[in-house]
Write a protein that binds this ligand. Structure first.
Ligand SMILES: [Fe+2]
Ligand SMILES: [Fe+2]
Length: 482
């Protein structure tokens, strides 16, 4: 590679890591970048790759630089490597090394643990792009299409963020892991993504909104705990990723709210106040509220599995080693060591679900999951305001954490959404009340008709309360030729 191509490379990748003078990373990226692009073209959004999309691009971490809007063709998106500004004299906030200066290089004894953490986080980013690749074809509006593409390019940028750490700090095995991140495929039985929820399909837009609300929020919680890391480059990278993650959750929160609002409006207009008059509601092109509850049940329970087992030595080791903290670690009023601390954990004992005070360190997954559940519950309350305002008696609820679990304490039992333990057979009989049915999926598919006229929205979703970047309501967020 000639010197001049290095310079050119530095300008196409917005960065604040001195890429131009980092020969080692440049060399690794020059090999990885073409592989990334071919992954993006084959596994990224299907179609629309040549369409200009009104996207925001982060070109620096300054206030004016992290949300620059303009039309971009997705393959030409400027994937950046951006770290939040270094905090002077930052010290490790928790665990065995509490109070010591943070690490700017990988601590040798934790190399494998740290690499594992980065790979697991990194794997989720391209996975969600793969899961969402067919959504463009059935977008309910150009506004929504643009939002999905925005999420996609940012998840791909998050992949860049993790790949940078691997290539910069982990040498040869880091470079190999970076390639593996492009080789695994969501849902591929031979080379699946590492975590279960990232191998599920995102076959329709209701699933997409649920995914961004529930599954991206798991991502947020993980990023928040990695932002506490004593390995400073990881902390700085994840802190910047969180600024983008907020928009992903907004897409989910507001997307579902718009679906609810639309259903309530259509019910009111047609004098239907019973949310269980399903056939009539569906006939009118609206998504019935009980179906939305079943989707909540599914996406919430699958996302809970992402937190891993309630009791985990790995989680304890990550914390002890100063690699992964708790949610809002520095705001917590305790010793940040947790050596003798206890934490209540729900377990199945003698055929009953009971809360047991357990050693706090190995229960850190449970704690993070509890923080997550609280946030989800607040989102649900906001959704319920939509029905309350419309005078429709229906409340969405989060299912009990024991419901429909594949990992941890409750994976070996069956429980109702209310948290009653059940026999397998009995649960199977009720399954179609709890979780989306094939009939639900078919109905949703039947609604997924694309709408490409600026300012128009499909029958099943209300227009957004506000536009992107203060654009007019009929703004052409994606320019589709012909
Ligand atoms: Fe992400
Ligand atoms: Fe995200």
């Amino acid at each position: 590679m000639s010197e001049s191509s290095h310079v050119a490379y530095d300008t196409i990748i917005p960065n604040n890591v001195g890429l131009a003078s980092d020969r080692k990373v440049l060399k690794a990226l020059e090999k990885w970048h073409p592989e990334f692009l071919s992954w993006w073209k084959s596994m990224g959004p299907d179609g629309f790759q040549e369409s200009p999309v009104y996207l925001r691009t982060a070109i620096s971490v300054e206030r004016e630089g992290w949300a620059q809007f303009g039309y971009v063709k997705m393959p030409e998106y400027r994937w950046g490597i951006l770290l939040a500004p270094q905090v002077e004299n930052r010290t490790i906030g928790f665990g065995e090394y509490q109070g010591e200066p943070v690490w700017h290089e990988v601590p040798g004894e934790y190399r494998a643990l740290l690499r594992r953490l980065i790979v697991i986080q990194g794997d989720t980013e391209p996975a969600s792009v793969e899961q969402q690749r067919f959504l463009g074809k059935t977008a309910p509006s150009l506004y929504d299409m643009r939002n999905a593409f925005q999420v996609n390019v940012e998840e791909a940028r998050h992949l860049w963020a993790m790949v940078y750490l691997l290539q910069k700090y982990f040498g040869r095995d880091g470079r190999e892991e970076a390639q593996e991140l492009l080789r695994r495929r969501s849902g591929d039985p031979d080379a699946p993504r590492l975590l279960g929820a990232f191998n599920e399909e995102t076959p329709d837009w209701l699933s997409f909104f649920m995914f961004t609300f529930f599954t991206d929020r798991d991502g947020k919680m993980q990023l928040e705990s990695l932002a506490q890391s004593g390995f400073d480059p990881l902390s700085r990278t994840t802190r910047f990723m969180l600024t983008e993650e907020a928009h992903h959750m907004y897409v989910g929160q507001s997307g579902i709210a718009r679906v609810l609002q639309n259903t309530c409006q259509i019910m009111a207009k047609n004098q239907i106040d019973d949310p269980f008059r399903i056939d009539e509601i569906r006939e009118l092109g609206a998504i019935d509220l009980p179906l939305i509850q079943r989707k909540v049940n599914f996406h919430f329970s699958v996302s809970l599995d992402l937190f891993g087992s309630e009791i985990s030595t790995n989680a304890a080791n990550f914390f002890d080693a100063g690699l992964k903290g708790r949610y809002k670690e520095l705001d917590i009023d305790d010793d940040h060591r947790l050596v003798d601390a206890l934490y209540p954990v729900l377990k199945v004992i003698d055929g009953r679900i009971q809360s047991i005070d357990s050693p706090a360190l190995p229960a850190l997954n449970t704690r993070l999951r509890d923080d997550y559940v609280r946030e989800c519950a607040r989102g649900i309350e906001r959704w319920n305001l939509v029905m309350a305002k419309a005078g429709i008696e229906f409340k969405l609820k989060l299912p009990h954490i024991a419901f429909n679990r594949a990992i941890g304490e409750f994976s070996s039992v069956e429980a109702s959404p209310e948290g009653h333990l059940m026999q397998q057979k009995e649960w199977q009989q009720q399954r179609d009340h709890y979780l989306p049915t094939t009939d639900d999926a078919d109905f949703l598919q039947s609604l997924m008709q694309p709408l490409h006229q600026p300012g128009q929205y499909a029958s099943w979703i209300a227009p957004p309360a506000r536009s992107i970047d203060n654009q007019p309501d009929d703004f052409e967020y994606v320019r589709i030729p012909g």
